[in-house]
Structures are given as structure tokens and as C-alpha cells.
Design a protein around this ligand. Sequence first.
Ligand SMILES: *Cc1c(COP(=O)(O)O)cnc(C)c1O
Length: 428
Amino acid sequence: MTAPQQRPPSVDTLARSLTSSGLPHPICVDIARDAIESGDVSSAPVLAAAFSRSLLTDVVNATGVLLHTNLGRAPLAHSQPAAAQTVEFDLSSGARGSRQTAVGQLFARLTGAEDAMVVNNNAAAVLLVLAAVAAGRDVPVSRGESVEIGGSFRVPEVMEQSGCRLVDVGTTNRTRLSDYERAVARDDTDVAMVMKVHPSNYRVEGFIEETSIAELATLDVPVMADIGSGLLDANVPWLKGAPPAWLAGEPAAVQAIADGADLITFSGDKLLGGPQAGIIAGRRDLVEECKRHPLARALRPGGLVLRSLQNTALTYLDKRAAKDIAFWRMVDRTLAELRADAERIVADLDDARVQVAQMDALPGAGSAPGITMASIGLVVEGDLLEALRSHETPVIARSRDDRTFLDLRAVDPADHPVVVAALTAALT
Ligand SMILES: *Cc1c(COP(=O)(O)O)cnc(C)c1O
């Protein structure tokens, strides 16, 4: 015997029943319609929850990957009133100005370059430099640096898009100055500049040789270096004590310019700790060519990013980076501090399934591949990833062998109550 057919509720009634999801009414109507069409009215609250989860939301990053590309890389506090600002206005003359002036001069000062400008990200910075300085001409690149970085940033493809020709020099593991010299001197090439790319996310070991910026600067053509990570100064003067060991080998802006790079490009949201942006710094005439190129307009950042990046630059110039840039605050936390935090959380939870453990954190975003920094966190029995992700403020952790790992280095101490609440809920 089949149950008597019940009439499905109206779309409107079902949509109204979803009000507590907090989703806007038109979205609730869409979801109600989908649920009714699927023949399963009871799925509506699940669909609403799934929609809510698809929206951008704050999370606690307990993965131990400090600059997690999937979690927006460098965490950043920024707020701005709904006020007009001098994005393209020169206050001294009262005339139109350039949106590159304010932030450009600060990054020129920070890197020791003559001039600087900002675009949407580092991929855009590389594209713009190649298009503006080398379109229709040849650009020698070491075979060992013809790399893919993250999804879809591949050096040969970016070169093709910019309209310049890639000239392979050297071999995958060894490229010498003489290889570049031969490429520049050949009669059948028209070399606009040489490009050096930091192979951020991998490492070749063993019988290797690369040509330094200082050596490349002896060539007769401009040298561009994509240093990627955005470390401003290899001496890391904003931290007390010696530079952290895991930073050894990361190229830095100040040193690249001092060594003779004519142009450098780097990301704003990696080791710089600022918003997503790409910074181009170097010789004034070359930066000027980039500013004048039609692509500059398409790749330019808005006032929000410029203001945030200006704050980041001022923070470094004021020597407040260790305290006021979230990424460097994470790096600067001692193991003793992290252990005390972990012990406090364990005491709050008072559950034998949760323990303090030593861990290895990673800088992330392709910086310092294969290198870890010592950290402390919590190990919990069972795979709780899904439960932790379902918490009101989701907590993102890692799991292995039916255990869950929460690294505390990237967790703001202000979020400890969230971690405690999420774990309490996940464990019951
Ligand atoms: C990360 C990286 C890029 C891409 O930078 P985005 O800011 O993500 O566009 C390009 N080159 C290098 C060397 C990098 O490390």
C-alpha cells in the first residue's frame, strides 16, 4: 500500500522556512524551488547549509601552513571608511595624479630601487614587464628556471602571452654566465633582457649551478628577476636576532636590487604579509615603460588594495613589522609561547584524547620549499576534520592515521576559545 500523496508546500512557504539560515530571500526561493523539483522537500535545509558554506567565511587556520593559498595566504586586518581618497589625485597641485605614486615611492624606498609600481598580483607583474620591455623580442631564461608555479603560472606560457620569445639557456641543473653571454651575443637573436625566476615551489639538489643576479648584471642587457616570495630584506631587520634558518635561500628584494637587477617582481601576500598584489621595482625608465603599457590599466589594483599595501609598507618603514604584520607575528612566536598556549587549551578541554605535540609548520605559498619551522600543536584521537570544518567558525586542521593535528603557529591566540569550542563539539 502506498502512503497517501502529500501535496508539496508552496515555494514561498518552503523559502520562508529557511529564513533562519540567514541567506537572502531570493536565494532561499531558488533553494526551495530546487528542493521541490528534486522531489525531496526535506533536503531544503541541507541545501541552504551547503549554500552558506560556499560563501567566503573566516576560518581558524590550524593546518601549520602559514601562508595557505587556499585560505587567502597572508592574513590581513584591514578596514576602510566609505570615504573618498586620493587614489588618483595630487593634493599639492589639485590636479589628476597617478595611482602608482603613493605606494610606488614607498616600495622604491623599501627596496632601494629608483621607482616601483603595483599590479593585481605577481603573475600580472611578470606579464606586464615582459609585454612592456620585451614584446616581439628575445628573453633568455635558464632551463632550470622555466618553471610552473602554482596552478597555471608557467614561465613559457606567460612569455608567449606577453608576445616575447623565450630563449632556453643552459641545462636543467646547471646554467652558467657563459651560457647567457652566448645567447646575448648570437646574431640571430634580439635580446631585450634576461629573466631570472625563483623556482619557488621546488628544489633541485646535487650537481647544480645557477647564475647569480650579480653575475647577470655584468651582461649588456637589462636583468629582470621574478623573486616571487616578497621577502623585503634577507637580513630580516624587523625580527630580533638572526634571520630564521628556514629563510636561507629565499631571494630578497633589497639584495636583488643591490646586486644589480634592473627590475624585480614579487607578490604582496606571501612573505611580505600584505594584500594580494604584484610589485614591480627597479630602474625608473623601465618602470615607466610598464606604467605606460596598455596592459597596466587592465592589471591595476583598486583603492582598497593600494591603501592596504600602503599600510603594509608604512609598517615596515616604521619598524613595526614583527608586531603588526600577522605573518611575522606567527613566525616570531617562540616554542615556549606555543607550548604554553597548547597546554592551556588541553587544560580547558580536559579530555584524555587531546594532547600537546611538537610539529613542523611550513611557510607555505611556495616559499622555502622542503623547509619546515618547529612548532607546537594538539594531536587528537580520531579524524575530526569534517566536524571541525562544520563549526560555526570553521577550524581547518590536518589528519593522518586516524588522528587530527592542529598546529598552533598560525592560530591567533585570540581564537583559542574557538578552537576549544570546536574541539569540544567535535569530541561529543
Ligand atoms: C608565487 C609566485 C608567482 C605568482 O605570484 P602571484 O602573486 O600568486 O600571482 C610568480 N613567480 C614566483 C617566483 C612566485 O613565487
